[in-house]
Design a protein around this ligand. Structure first.
Ligand SMILES: [Fe+2]
Length: 300
């Protein structure tokens, strides 16, 4: 094959891969199922719908319809690990998409994309792992997304706001104690290192970004399950190799899916990292890493 034809074939492959990656990110939503044996013996299984990284723009109708369809999974509990918004007008469409799920007991924490609008960045900075929001200056006043309206919409329906807070829900007779932190990627996590409520039947730690300091603290505090998002599963995965980056200090192997986390002297916690169901609107590409929601079934 001549040089010209080889270049042409390479360009066609690149354009095809880019086109597929756009399609995967914007259309190929999937529901994954995992099982975490964290309940005391004799307790009924609990189906937790783990949502993360929706990054909603109001015009994303297929995503809104898919979110709406998730109520058919009939979860017992919904946990949203943040990065819900990608536009100042997204709260109403998001709440519309989640309307039925908001009638289910739930809990949430925020990520940077609940506070700050997405910005066009050099994709190479993501591959270097450095996409954190610069908190220099009056960053609280610079928060331009309607996070307070989002918080009100969720808490009005009874969802627990776990941003640097604790809460409790009883689901199918199981008393669950939650501990959450505000976004560790923005260094907003305030960890008190206090043991979780040992009188509850189950303890769950919730964070947007699975930084190791947060996982260590949740594990040492006795949480049997930790839920997080943020990584997007690397967004672009290499088949047979996995994620290239995690956008935080967790290892690539645990960029998404069900794993464990252990600190010396403590029993392992189960850790579920969601690959999320969105991307920044400036990088609407996924490869071998479909946008997802996960049903985490808790069993004895
Ligand atoms: Fe995200």
């Amino acid at each position: 094959m001549g040089l010209g034809r080889r270049l042409g074939a390479t360009a066609a492959l690149g354009i095809g891969t880019l086109g597929y990656s756009y399609l995967e990110a914007t259309r190929r939503f999937v529901v994954r199922e995992v099982t975490a044996p964290v309940l005391p013996a004799g307790h009924e299984p609990i189906r937790v719908l783990h949502l993360s990284d929706i990054h909603l723009v109001p015009t994303q109708l297929p995503k809104r319809e898919w979110l709406n369809s998730l109520a058919e999974l009939e979860p017992d509990l919904v946990v949203d690990t943040g990065d819900n918004l990608a536009h100042p007008d997204s709260v109403a469409p998001l709440v519309g998409g989640l309307a039925k799920l908001l009638n289910v007991p739930g809990a949430f924490v925020f990520g940077s994309n609940d506070y700050f609008s997405p910005k066009l960045k050099n994709p190479a900075s993501y591959l270097r792992g450095g996409t954190g929001v610069d908190r220099e200056g009056d960053w609280e006043r610079e928060r331009d997304l309607p996070f307070d309206a989002l918080r009100a919409a969720f808490t009005r329906q009874g969802w627990l706001d776990l941003n640097n807070d604790r809460g409790e829900l009883t689901v199918k007779g199981t008393r669950i104690a939650f501990t959450g932190v505000d976004d560790p990627h923005l260094r907003l996590d305030r960890l008190d290192h206090q043991p979780a409520d040992l009188t509850a039947d189950l303890r769950i730690g919730v964070a947007h970004a699975p930084y190791l300091r947060v996982l260590d603290s949740f594990n040492a505090a006795g949480n049997e399950l930790i839920l997080a998002g943020h990584t997007h599963g690397g967004q672009l995965q290499v088949p047979g190799f996995g994620a290239l980056v995690t956008n935080c200090d967790i290892d690539r192997r645990r960029a998404n899916g069900l794993h464990q986390h252990r600190t010396p002297g403590h029993d392992a916690s189960w850790l579920h990292v969601s690959a999320g169901c969105g991307t920044s609107p400036y990088t609407p590409f996924r490869f071998s890493c479909r946008p997802e929601a996960t049903v985490v079934t808790l069993t004895g």
